[in-house]
Design a protein around this ligand. Structure first.
Ligand SMILES: [Zn+2]
Length: 169
């Protein structure tokens, strides 16, 4: 998101040269630049020891496709803490091994997704109110229930990474 007005004083911002970054919105009153803002989020593909994937039904995201655990990183925590916390909150499960799979830009929502595979022990779910349902889905059945595989789809990036991990084990 590009700022048009100063979030501090409300003045209209003007473009001002900021070194290598080119023209950046600038507040003359507050004497500061307002660089474009976006959210930092985590997405976790939760897998158990039987190679089943936790797929979530969340009607506020989609009625058709099933999601992975995801959420916003809150100020003061790092991405790993956010990933572990979200799995606990949404599914009631403890991550035993968190595998980092890089960051991915989600253009539609202007979010930087920090992607992880979270290995857990198979157990019953204890879901939060954000989750309408969740099930353990066999590895081979998951892709047809996930969002379509388009460039930048983090679900499928994680899915392919997991297959790669299994091959190289
Ligand atoms: Zn200002």
């Amino acid at each position: 998101m590009r700022y048009k007005y100063c979030p501090e004083c409300g003045a209209k911002l003007k473009g001002q040269q900021a070194g290598d970054d080119g023209l950046v919105p600038y507040c003359d009153n507050c004497k500061r630049y307002w660089f474009d803002s976006f959210s930092s989020c985590v997405i976790v593909m939760v897998v158990n020891e039987l190679h089943e994937i936790a797929l979530l039904k969340q009607s506020y995201i989609s009625d058709q496709y099933e999601t992975f655990v995801a959420g916003y990183i809150t100020p003061g925590e790092n991405a790993e803490e956010a990933a572990t916390r979200e799995v606990k909150e949404e599914l009631g499960l403890t991550v035993e091994n968190l595998i980092y799979e890089g960051t991915h830009w989600f253009d539609k929502r202007e979010q930087l997704m920090h992607a992880y595979i979270g290995i857990v022990k198979k157990a019953d779910f204890s879901t939060s109110s954000e989750v309408d349902g969740v099930s353990w889905v066999p590895l081979e059945d998951a892709p047809t229930r996930m969002f379509p595989d388009r460039p930048g789809n983090t679900q499928h990036i994680l899915y392919r990474k997991y297959l790669e991990l299994l091959r190289t084990k």
